[in-house]
Design a protein around this ligand. Structure first.
Ligand SMILES: [Zn+2]
Length: 182
């Protein structure tokens, strides 16, 4: 359980860095903040509840009525991790957020950044090679066929993390140096 949580954390950091890299050498701003929020949403909404229920069942014996080996339940809980779910979640969040948060970029831009970040998350996930169950429901709810490219191992996040961090520092070196020198 702890290993899975640590691996998930590393995975989230890798996803966060992927959003920062998409912004190139631009200084962090509100656009990046929305994009990073979108990048962490799919696992936060689809994976974290599963890990939480799994932990409650095994450590405290709570919620044992919830059958975590039921494929239909797992598929339904994974909806926020599908493209259709991401678009829906991003739109709903942008619509219910207080106007004071969305005024500056605009609600539809917030929806676009959250949705774009979530789709970037899925793009990185799809590149990975998983053990069972392999692949992601890209066309759910119209199809339950799973897809993945399998270019690198799913636990490669740990290895990729320092490389991506170095790449981000190199890309952003000019403004980082200015900040350091005051
Ligand atoms: Zn994911």
């Amino acid at each position: 359980m702890m290993i899975r949580i640590r691996a998930s954390m590393a995975d989230l950091l890798t996803h966060g860095l992927s959003a920062a890299l998409v912004r190139g050498g631009k200084r962090p701003d509100s656009t990046l903040l929305w994009l990073v929020s979108g990048v962490i949403l799919p696992d936060l909404l689809a994976r974290a509840p599963l890990l939480l229920v799994h932990g409650l069942q095994h450590r405290l014996g709570w919620m044992e009525w919830l059958a975590l080996d039921d494929d239909r339940l797992i598929t339904a809980m994974g909806f926020p991790h599908t493209p259709a779910g991401m678009v829906l979640v991003a739109t709903l969040i942008a619509l219910v957020l207080p106007a004071s948060l969305t005024r500056s970029p605009g609600r539809w831009r917030v929806a676009g950044l959250l949705g774009g970040g979530s789709l970037l998350h899925l793009l990185v996930d799809v590149m990975q090679r998983h053990l069972e169950p392999a692949g992601y429901y890209l066309l759910y709810p119209f199809s339950v066929e799973r897809w993945e490219l399998g270019w690198f191992r799913s636990d490669g996040s740990l290895l990729a993390l320092p490389l991506l961090a170095v790449l981000w520092v190199v890309l952003n070196w000019s403004w980082l140096r200015r900040v350091r020198s005051g």
